[in-house]
Every structure is written in structure tokens, then in C-alpha cells.
Design a binder for this molecule. Sequence first.
Ligand SMILES: Cc1cc2nc3c(=O)[nH]c(=O)nc-3n(C[C@H](O)[C@H](O)[C@H](O)COP(=O)(O)O)c2cc1C
Length: 357
Amino acid sequence: MSHVAPHSALNTKLTRMTGCQYPIIQSAMGWVATGPLCAATANAGAMGFIGSATMDLQQLAEEIAWVKDHTDKPFGVNMRSDAPDANERVQLMIKSGVKFAGFALAPKEKLIKTLKDAGIVCIPSIGAKRHAEKVASWGADALIVQGGEGGGHTGSIATTILLPQIVDAVDIPVIAAGGFFDGRGLVAALAYGAQGVAMGTRFLLTRESPVPDNVKTAYLKAGVGDTVATDQVDGHQHRMIRNSFVDKLLTTPAWKNLPLAVANALKLKSLTGIPFTDMLKQGWSMKKDHGYGWLQVVMAANTPVLLRTTMVEGKTEFGIMPGGQVMGLIDKVESCEELVRNIVTQANGVLEGFARG
Ligand SMILES: Cc1cc2nc3c(=O)[nH]c(=O)nc-3n(C[C@H](O)[C@H](O)[C@H](O)COP(=O)(O)O)c2cc1C
């Protein structure tokens, strides 16, 4: 399938910085943004990120190798800077020739420096102006700015407010996230001064996304009002579908969820082989960095298992299904190639329409 030629306005700082054909990013998603999704996105002319927050080091090495075997196009790796083996992950990225780095939650200045010294372009995601200014001062090369309607961990300010605020506040390229799914949104983001868009939910609902079909159907069925943003799962505001599991979590005092959280932490250990000492180190780092209490630390250790229950095991009522409000506007699953081509074709049409008047 041939790629559509982009309108000249779609040649932005993002496409020049990354070498991608279109200013579109498939952002990281735990258990979802694996090698096949990332490579399919890259081959469609956009840029994919591997989401490594739910992988151990060995799995990450395998996913990077898989992507390199299936595309010669640029891609990135998104990581947690509070992972106990964060330094090893950075060294793996350097050794494997990964060109772009993203961060789930807050990055660390030292990691950004190490990555940049090795020539890796750093693109953290942020949801508030003060965080944008901080990571820009640490040398971030660009920012993904996610408005509150976005899926997964998210802030509370809507994209239409946050985006212009941050475009005006920093001198580095800004990529808009939270609520994007089509070519109109891409053009609107450029009009706000962004250099492109990053999408999570939209790419979760592609054919190459590894999420089980019944889970994709649950997302397709959800309306724009069927998500909730809560900090009850892991202490950070997190937008997800409001299923019966989440309803129970919201109406139960946090301490009552503790036995479930401990059971899930044990399950994560057996699923991933992550040693307890590493879990404790990550917990300690969360406590220190985010001021968490131990109850919250255990709840946070829960998240990867709650995600895996839906995204891998397909049990829609027993885990969490993070996603943005935009899921209410998405009614079909396309291939990455079709998705990217349709977005660019529509954006081209909008831009040409402006010129015609
Ligand atoms: C299932 C899911 C998992 C996510 N996991 C991560 C992650 O591991 N790291 C990260 O930086 N962002 C993560 N996010 C946020 C997305 O990368 C992206 O910024 C967000 O989905 C954008 O909003 P949208 O869903 O409206 O497109 C996740 C989002 C979803 C829906």
C-alpha cells in the first residue's frame, strides 16, 4: 500500500527531528505498545514507541530486536525512570541504537543527560505547565503534552487549554496528545502551535494492537462519558473505562483493597520474574519521589497486573482498561496503515480547503 503525499504544512519540526514521513506518534501503552504495533506504525510513516513499563529488561531487548527486524524506520522506547533497572534500560537503548526515548510518569534529569550524551532524543510526556518547564530546563528535546481527556495517566486540564499554555511556555517542539483520532484534530493541533499529535487509544484500536478482540469491542462500545479519571488505582490520576471492577474500587475504602493489591503484587512477581528486592526498590523510589504511603506503593505495584488482566487475558470485568474519552468517537478497528493514511488524507483535505477559501 503506497503512502499518501503529505501537505507541506505536515512537514513540521517533529518530522524533521524524527525522520518520519508524518507528524503522528503512536504513544506508549503498557502491554499494548509491543514490537508489532510499533513496527506497523513506523512502516505506516508515523513513529511508534515501545511501552517498556510492563516489560522486564530481557523482554525489552527482544521487543527492540523485533522492531529492528521488521522496520528500518525510526522508533522509540518509553520507560519508567523509577524502575530499579532504569540505568540498565538506558544502556540497552544506547547499545541497541534506539534513537528516541519517552518516559511514563516523571523523568529524571540524570537519565535525560545520559540519554542525550549518547545522542538519544528525549521526548517526555507531561500534563502540567510546571512539569513542562522543568523537563525543558533539563534538556528535553521535545514534549508530548497530554490533556485530561487522554487515556492512561493524565492530568486534569483539557487539551484545548493545556496545549496553547505550554506552546507559549517552552521553546522546544510540543506534540499534542489527549483526544486525537483524525485529520481534523491533527490540523487543529498544528493551529495551536503543536508540531504533531500523539495518540494512544486510537492505536490501541488497530488491527496490529495485541489487545484481545473482546477487549477492543468493549472500547468500541464505550461512549464519550464512559471513562473515569481516578487516583484510586495507583496514586496518579489515571483515565480508564468505568467497568464494574473500577466502580467497586471507587466505592471501597483504599485499605480494604489492600489484600487484592498484595495478591496482585505476588502475581506480578510470578508472571515477570521481577524479584521482590526490585519491587521493594521501586516501591521505595515511589515513596521518595512521589511522597507515597506504603498502602499507595502496594496499590501502584498492582497496576501492571490489573492491566494485564484485560489487555492480555481479555477479562474485561476483572481489571482496568485505560483509555481516553476519544474512545466514544472511534467506531472501527483499522490497520495502522489505513489509520495513518486516512488521517493524513483528511488533514490534506482540510488544509487544501483553507487555501481554497
Ligand atoms: C492502555 C494505555 C496504557 C498506557 N500506558 C502508558 C505508558 O506505559 N507510558 C506512557 O507514557 N503513557 C501511557 N499511556 C498514555 C498514552 O501513551 C497516551 O499519551 C494517551 O493515550 C493519549 O491520549 P488518547 O488516549 O486520548 O490518545 C497509556 C495509555 C493507554 C490508553
